[in-house]
Design a protein around this ligand. Structure first.
Ligand SMILES: O=C(COP(=O)(O)O)[C@@H](O)[C@H](O)[C@H](O)[C@H](O)COP(=O)(O)O
Ligand SMILES: [Mn+2]
Ligand SMILES: [Mn+2]
Length: 345
């Protein structure tokens, strides 16, 4: 899979990031999102592959593009056998977030990226558009911290695993009213909290890399983003656990319906009979082969944002593969027309 798709998926996230970054700081989050979706879809449909979107922009009716169930890639054509090789005909599942952190792009803030994860059919948990309680941590803490333990207990375990004091730990939490008590607990335990307004995928993946000064992600974000984060952390050997949140009393906003029972029923319809189950990274991204790619839109902890220069642009991406066991940082110069200069840095 990596051999046939590796380079192609870098271009997919690069094109989405470039398109979206043109709307950076313009206060128009929907446009920043829409152009990323269009660019991602257009580039994906030039790839010799047989892909199906399992995590995307939503259901077909509400999302004209990259909706769940949409088929992408040249080899989804009926006559594909005539021009696609056997590898390209293997069915693959794709999770996309063409603009992760639309608010961040719209307001010119750090941490947004174009991102996707790929696996063979059935290899990615088709997360419903629900919330998810998340716990991400570095590889040394994998299997030691536990989403069912309190933040205080996990910080103690984390400090032992990372051989540093609790006071030296930095935990990223989304700045939401639902996290008031969690934030207090982390501070009370002695650790430091980095609050983010959006973009918990970047925060989760940052846990896997020493030097980011991010040691854990705790709290509730969206479930689709949880699966994408899990795909990266599984390949990197980091810790990731997620638990669906269906009780509107817990989140008090957005994604889910107002009735707890109604939400449980919706989950059941989707085949999720134990709504309280916590999933680890291997279960959320269970495929034999998992590929992940992200490209910075605005600057972030892991990657720089898109930088334009006369006649071109420079992007930074991260491509992770469970197959080759690599995490590649890719720095690309894109030549649009006749650039006067090629910007080295
Ligand atoms: O910040 C986020 C927004 O993602 P997007 O809509 O693609 O720009 C995500 O990282 C979060 O995981 C999540 O979507 C968010 O926590 C759910 O929204 P909210 O109700 O505002 O917390
Ligand atoms: Mn997102
Ligand atoms: Mn998005």
């Amino acid at each position: 899979m990596e051999n046939t798709l590796g380079l192609e998926i870098i271009e997919v996230v690069e094109q989405a990031a470039i398109a979206s970054s043109r709307w950076m700081g313009k206060g128009e989050k929907n446009t920043a999102d829409q152009v990323a979706v269009e660019a991602m879809r257009e580039r994906m449909n030039k790839i010799y592959m047989r892909g199906r979107i399992v995590i995307g922009e939503g259901e077909r009716d509400e999302a004209p593009m990259l909706y769940i169930g949409e088929e992408v890639g040249i080899c989804t054509r009926e006559d594909a056998k005539d021009f696609c090789n056997p590898d390209e005909l293997i069915e693959i599942d794709i999770a996309v977030d063409p603009c992760e952190g639309t608010n961040l792009v719209a307001y010119g803030q750090n941490g947004s990226m174009a991102v996707l994860a790929i696996s063979e059919k059935g290899g990615l948990f088709a997360a419903p558009d629900f919330y998810m309680k998340k716990l991400a941590a570095p590889p040394q803490a994998r299997g030691h911290v536990d989403i069912n333990k309190s933040a205080t207990q996990n910080l103690k375990i984390l400090s032992e695993c990372l051989e540093r004091s609790i006071e030296e730990l930095v935990v990223v939490v989304m700045d939401r009213p639902r996290h008031k008590e969690l934030i207090e607990e982390i501070r009370q335990a002695g650790s430091r909290v980095r609050l983010i307004s959006d973009g918990d995928v970047s925060a989760a993946i940052s846990c896997a890399f020493a030097g980011t000064n991010i040691h854990a992600l705790m709290g509730i974000g969206a479930a689709p983003e949880g699966v994408i984060s899990a795909a990266a952390l599984r390949c990197l050997g980091g810790h990731f656990q997620g638990q669906l949140i269906y009780d509107p009393e817990v989140v008090k906003t957005g994604l889910i319906g107002e009735s707890r029972e109604g939400n449980i029923a919706r989950l059941k319809e989707m085949g999720i009979t134990d709504p309280d189950r916590s999933y680890n990274a291997d279960e959320l991204a269970s495929g034999q082969t998992v590929l992940f790619a992200a490209c910075g839109i605005t600057p972030g902890t892991l990657m720089d944002g898109v930088r334009f220069f006369h006649g071109g642009a420079r992007t930074q991406s991260l491509v992770i593969s469970s197959q080759s066991r690599t995490a590649r940082f890719v720095d690309t110069i894109h030549l649009f027309d006749e650039p006067k200069t090629l910007q080295l840095r």
